[in-house]
Design a protein around this ligand. Sequence first.
Ligand SMILES: [Zn+2]
Length: 452
Amino acid sequence: MRIQFLGGTGTVTGSKYLVSGEHASILLDCGLFQGYKQLRLRNWVRLPLDPARLDAVVLTHAHLDHSGYLPLLVKSGFRGKILCSEATADLCRILLPDSGHLQEEDAAFLNRHGATRHSPALPLYTEEDARICLRQLAPVSFDRHVAVAPGLGATFRRAGHILGAASVALDDGRRRITFSGDLGRSDDPVMLAPAPLEASDYVVVESTYGDRLHDKRDPMLALGAAIRETSARGGVVVIPAFAVGRAQNLLYAMHRLKESGAIPAFLPIFLDSPMAKDATAIYRRHRADHRLDQAQCEAMCRAATIINTVEESKELDRRQGPKVIISASGMATGGRVLHHIKAFVEDHRNTILFAGFQAGGTRGAALVGGAATVRIHGQDLRVRAQVACVDNLSAHADSDGLMAWLGTLGAAPRRTFVTHGEPGASEALRYRIKHELNWDCLVPEHLQELRL
Ligand SMILES: [Zn+2]
């Protein structure tokens, strides 16, 4: 087998690994680059492969930085199957058309306001392109060996993280390479703990938090305090969160905070996403993929008022006063949350609260880093609201969690590749793997190709 790293190196976005066997080649993940402009521009560069000759795609999970390039791959001629877990397929059916829709909206906005040097600005792909690619989704079960392409097989294991997320062991009958995908936390209140690693010749491990440990204190305390203090001064809490998957963890947290009296029981909570209702149904449908029982699942679903239409969404911004608004995107790179940040960021009573990793180059990273102004839709806004980041609400394992997962492997692999992290985080994890486990370990570079 050979592997080429086409994304997810030096960044937490754009995950794409080309794996070639004797008779077939496949892509493991097919993500969009996000964040820094020079990364986003990579989405427009032709891949160093012929999509028409690619045999299959294997997806670890539905986050766009792992799945968001699929519509373009299919548009460029890919005709094979897209293998993924059942819940990942369900989430992709919601997320990918929405991604196409957002890109069309962004292009239209730029054209309307002349805020582009390209005339006209074009979307990377459209909602229609995304719907077309969904026909190639081929859901598979967890914990069963499945054929992927001639000579290549795979086993999906639960990775925690978000609904349907998997670690995937690929094999050619002789060698096995396991991709961690994004690893969740063993103590996540909603998602199950990641399954242990099985014997592998090679391991590709993510390193989002490779250089960090989550705060050991209960994140519910920090979340509860931020909401309580903001509503006491009559302010609004805006929480940018991935609308499908992560938002549900937040809803469950809201339910528990109200139940314990940590936040006022009457405090209005809104989940502003046209996708939220469908996502909730997906949680009900995939009960084996998370920890919530029927009653907890229903309580989570009822924890917020779901906002569907754009008109209702705009209405939220017209009124001040204590409330919580959860809305996408999670790193404030697009979507409805931008309108809410625009409406509330200039008032000192309000709080913009981030609940997950903020990739470099995103508005989220700038705000968490203390930016005094934020540019939204071509307008510069003064940041007067409180900006908080409750890191330990993250859906990712921290450095100790990643090491613990690697430690479930009985014998050292021939080599470990550290990917899906910003350079400092990947290097810190490589150092730990080399010195604590004594394994051969490499942080691959963009487009690097290796024989396995
Ligand atoms: Zn993810």
